[in-house]
Design a protein around this ligand. Sequence first.
Ligand code: ACM
Length: 529
Amino acid sequence: MRQHRRTTRLLGSLLLVTAAGVSAVGAAPTGQTPTPLGRVIPAPESVKPGGAPYRITNSTRIHVDDSREARRIGTYLAEVLRPSTGYRIPVTDRQGPGIRLKLGSKDASLGDEGYRLDSGRNGVTITARRPAGLFHGVQTLRQLLPAAVEKDSAQPGPWLVAGGTIKDTPRYGWRGAMLDVSRHFFTVDQVKRYIDQLALYKVNKLHLHLSDDQGWRIAIDSWPRLATYGGSTQVGGGPGGFYTKADYKEIVRYASSRYLEVVPEIDMPGHTNAALASYADLNCDGVAPPLYTGTEVGFSSLCVDKDVTYDFVDDVIRELAALTPGRYLHIGGDEAHSTSHDDYVKFMDRVQPVVAKYGKTVIGWHQLTGATPAKGALAQYWGLDSTSAAEKEQVAAAARNGTGLILSPADRIYLDMKYTKDTPLGLDWAGLVEVKRSYDWDPGNYLPGAPSSAVKGVEAPLWTETIATPANIDYMAFPRLPGAAELGWSPAATHDWDTYKVRLAAQAPRWDALGIGYYRSPQVDWPTG
Ligand code: ACM
């Protein structure tokens, strides 16, 4: 229903915008005053400030464990610090004062992604059980340093890290962002840029929407025209594009170096015009439709009764699974308005076992709960406050029955929704979504009737009907993306708009330093100058 404006939602959101209030001053610390330990996004689980700050100087070294992963993370940190500080910042496995990155913590409560950061006069020590935790701790350290640390030329400093201890673990294992590379194609480098932005906020899943009516974006050797023809255009008629397998592996490798898992999506049985246009055989009437460059939804369907459909699905899933080190494969399943209910159920009953056959776990948009979700499947909920009680209950019932939920409510964290009626990009069918609205909800207590244990996490999708460039991505993702990341990471007890918006404002100089052009929401007191 992406094209259908909901006027009630629209009205509610307009009122919200009008009511945007004045907030506490969130002046970013500069130079001599270190950033307070708690002023990071996502909010850490526990913060104990105290003691003298650590100062990075020309003699600072990064001391790493004698492990490949710790050394790689140390080198990553050094590459953030060197250009802006102008210091050498050697990475060494000898012990000493400075920045220490230690794996193998015995503290089981840190889990696979948690870390502990201790800062004092003699140095900063980050400890974790697993590399992902160490990497997340490094992101916290980045945010504790002045924003100028992000610049790529030498800056004056001083480079102070406040004294004290942070202990931090995520609330949810699934903290995702989806990028639609079908409606507009984004190059490998453009995707890497987004990955770096996601990593800064401890996002750990990158869901790539690889196929839709307007473009097929991944090379499939057994069906080559999917990419070469089906990938040859995009919304508005531009040239589109696709990832070769080498391109895709490079995205997966880069994401994994930032501790993000890539979750590929092939949307089926609807949203398939690019495939249907590429192979006439896939159509019930044997006639290939033209390529499509508009923005309607719900008009295409794979032919559920033809055997060739399942040959196609098997080949695509086999080749995609082979490119996917992660556990999950997303099969879409949304807005299949041109597939009858019986056909939809039949299709999902045949396709889900294919995903399992190739060793992957199914994810579908929440319409999958209208069929029979496979054991262990996850449903990605993208409804609105105004979604019918019956539809919500269908998803909640599946959750009570063991289907895990990823929460992506469209009127909260669809990053392609306009902020206000004047936002030059984006859509408004789910209403206007200002920054406060996107942050101010609780994933643990969101879908009535769904057990909170079914909630695996939060994901912020960015559909790209109107989004064509990295600058467009920046403007829609910032400042809402960090809020989605915080909803996925931070304990519910830290949730508070009034303190969040101060931390959010403090991020702006960092975005400036990174060249991220963000929306200056009037709901936040951004620093001036
Ligand atoms: C969706 O927005 N159709 C998942």
